[in-house]
Design a binder for this molecule. Structure first.
Ligand SMILES: [Zn+2]
Length: 649
């Protein structure tokens, strides 16, 4: 008997090793079967969950924690008080001298004014395992389940849960009757098991941000008044009894008996599930390839807005090959762009969008890569989801504007004219697609509100400090990596990161280790400075001297800021020729590949301890027209005024 078990164990370990690049990093697994019945008069629903929870950890679990997010939408909740507290901080003065406060404009003090029939709640009435009722304790947005029998390592438990909920008036992300009149935006709507990982239970009370979940499969049944159309994560299992744009074209869908319809959606290899419902959704879709169907759901408003929603579908199809080439394959059979929520928010195989603006559309879609597929803990590494996504959004937008915007049948003549003007202006000086992210980071670095990028997202002192660290500095982290290792290598790193960490929970170190292995360069210093400190980069040009033995020019460079970097210096001569002088940082133990056609001279590495660096060139001072540190502006130098020297004729 024992030998047989030993053999099975051996075989299963072998399988894990073959399919998993990080065999030492276990992760939990889950299967949800959720069944809810919605009352559209009361905005309440009752539901059951059957949850199969697989403990792959080496630990014995005596408790399970679950999220009850909607309990945040009640006066005096942690989210309410925290929102009002942050809103008191003065971030700056506007042009008229008025104080700009640190509110999240969508929440402000709105939770405090909710009436009992407008609040949100999720109440778990019972949890049973093997027929036995478990002890439960509600801690506002977290439910603690004290198990009668602990879950042993490598074992499975099945929980049956009964719950009921009230859909809050739309405040943040989820809720009823959003500003655009979408009836139900249903995110964070079900009791959801908290992720248990190598850091233990991530039982974060819901304050504002953000999400992290167990990888698994969802089988969701929603019963709702038959006048409602539903958009959701996953693939609809019963399209031909539903209709609403889902059924086989040409097939007559028979009207159901009774007042309700039951919709059944299924999704695999995901860690969240969203749905939205409205009686007036326009639903358009396209099968863009054999294994992928794209959907758009919107409320028809006027011809311009309707065109813009149609353009979402058109543009999404056009940019997909570019996205996959740069960031990895989209692995799911479906994706839905759904009007709902309060801005743009990413979920599995879907997003809730306020409007059809392509910037937000591409941003939320790119979260399928940096949040859904690469499931970082967004609370702890917000910059790895928002920063990487903002970076990708700008790259995709740039690609779309340069290749497709002018061809779209849905782009208005006015927009086309504006694009044409932009292209003419930028013909010589190509627009730097990440410029807004650098500007955001510089504003942060110069403010008194900067905190290190890696800390729990809810614990930043200000919304301002969180947002610019996560979105702007996070995207600068990626773009600037191209300056250090070369853009082509950075792109290779992103693909390798995708391939090694898809459907897992990578952290900052995991990403940097991929970057080190791909590039062959040591990058721990980059992680330490960028992720864990607020130290800034400032390099300056010093005097130009004459080398007394050769008579050639000697250049002096100064490190003014505390963060060290490798340095590119571009020299333009009066005869029109250009040279690149490259000074690696000693901590890298190597150099980046030659990136462009410029003649490159690589100098001895600059030791990080040394504030100054001298190097000689092979031409005379009088031949120099201009000298510039990092002409590509990929290095996030907070003071660029001392980076360029133009020698007057
Ligand atoms: Zn985002």
């Amino acid at each position: 008997m024992k030998t047989k078990i030993g053999l099975l164990f051996f075989i299963s370990i072998q399988l894990v090793l073959q399919t998993n690049a990080q065999p030492e990093r276990w992760q939990q697994a889950i299967k949800y079967q959720i069944d809810v019945k919605m009352d559209v008069e009361k905005h309440q629903f009752i539901g059951t969950e059957r949850i199969e929870y697989i403990n792959n950890s080496p630990d014995t679990l005596k408790k399970i924690f679950m999220h009850l997010y909607w309990n945040a939408f009640q006066p005096n909740s942690s989210m309410d008080v925290r929102s009002r507290e942050l809103g008191k901080t003065v971030i700056r003065q506007d042009r008229n001298g008025n104080n700009v406060l640190d509110w999240d404009g969508r929440v402000t003090n709105r939770i405090s004014t909710l009436q009992p029939n407008e609040i949100g709640y999720q109440t778990v009435t019972s949890v049973t395992i093997a027929g036995k009722k478990q002890i439960i304790k509600e801690h506002e947005t977290i439910l603690e389940i004290i198990l009668d029998k602990p879950i042993l390592p490598k074992s499975k438990v099945v929980m049956n849960i009964a719950f009921n909920a009230q859909v809050p008036k739309q405040i943040r992300r989820s809720g009823r009757d959003n500003a655009e009149g979408v009836k139900y935006s249903m995110s964070q709507w079900y009791p959801k098991v908290v992720e248990y990982d190598y850091q233990g239970w991530n039982a974060n009370p819901y304050i504002a941000r953000e999400f992290y979940g167990v990888w698994g499969s969802y089988d969701v049944k929603i019963t709702i008044d038959k006048s409602y159309s539903i958009a959701a994560t996953g693939v609809l299992q019963n399209p031909n009894t539903i209709g609403f744009g889902y059924s086989t074209p040409g097939l007559r869908v028979l009207p159901p008996k009774g007042n309700t319809l039951t919709w059944n959606f299924k999704g695999d290899s995901i860690h969240d599930f969203v749905w939205a419902a409205d009686p007036d959704y326009t639903h358009i879709s396209k099968r863009v390839r054999k294994d992928l169907e794209l959907h758009v759901f919107y409320k028809s408003k006027n011809p311009q807005s309707d065109s813009a929603w149609n353009n979402v579908l058109w543009a999404a199809e056009k940019v997909l090959p570019y996205i996959e080439k740069r960031f990895g394959k989209y692995p799911y059979p479906q994706y839905s762009f759904i009007q709902g929520g309060d801005g743009g928010m990413e979920y599995a195989m879907a997003t809730l969008l306020k409007g059809p603006g392509l910037g937000t559309v591409f941003h939320e879609w790119m979260h399928s890569w940096y949040q859904q597929i690469l499931g970082t803990n967004e609370s702890l590494f917000a910059w790895m989801d928002e920063g990487f996504t903002s970076y990708a959004e700008n790259e995709v937008m740039h690609f779309y504007n340069n290749n497709f915007a002018m061809q779209s049948p849905w782009t208005s003549t006015a927009t086309k004219a504006a694009l044409k003007r932009n292209m003419e202006v930028d013909k010589d000086d190509l627009p730097f697609q990440q410029a807004d992210n650098y500007a955001g980071y510089f504003a942060l670095a110069k403010s008194p509100f900067e905190e290190p990028m890696t800390q729990h997202a809810d614990h930043f002192n200000t919304n301002f400090g969180y947002s610019l660290a996560a979105y702007s500095k996070g995207s600068v982290f990626i773009n600037q990596l191209g300056y250090i290792v070369g853009d082509a290598m950075r792109d290779k790193i992103l693909l390798s990161y995708y391939n090694q960490w898809k459907f897992k929970h990578p952290n900052a170190n995991d990403f940097v280790r991929v970057a080190e292995k791909e590039s062959g360069l040591a990058l721990q210093w980059y992680k330490e400075y960028m992720v864990y400190t607020t130290k800034t980069i400032d390099y300056a040009l010093g005097n130009i001297n004459v080398d007394t033995t050769t008579g050639n020019a000697m250049l002096l460079l100064k490190r003014v800021g505390k963060m060290p970097m490798p340095i590119d210096v571009e020299i333009t001569y009066k005869d029109g020729s250009k040279e690149l002088h490259y000074i690696p940082l000693n901590l890298m133990y190597g150099e980046k590949p030659v990136e462009n056609k410029l003649n490159r001279t690589t100098h001895e590495a600059w030791r990080w301890t040394h504030p100054e660096y001298n190097f000689a060139i092979s031409r005379k001072v009088g031949e120099i027209k201009s000298i510039e540190i990092d002409a590509t502006q990929r290095m996030a130098d907070v003071n660029r005024s001392n980076n360029k020297l133009v020698i007057p004729d």
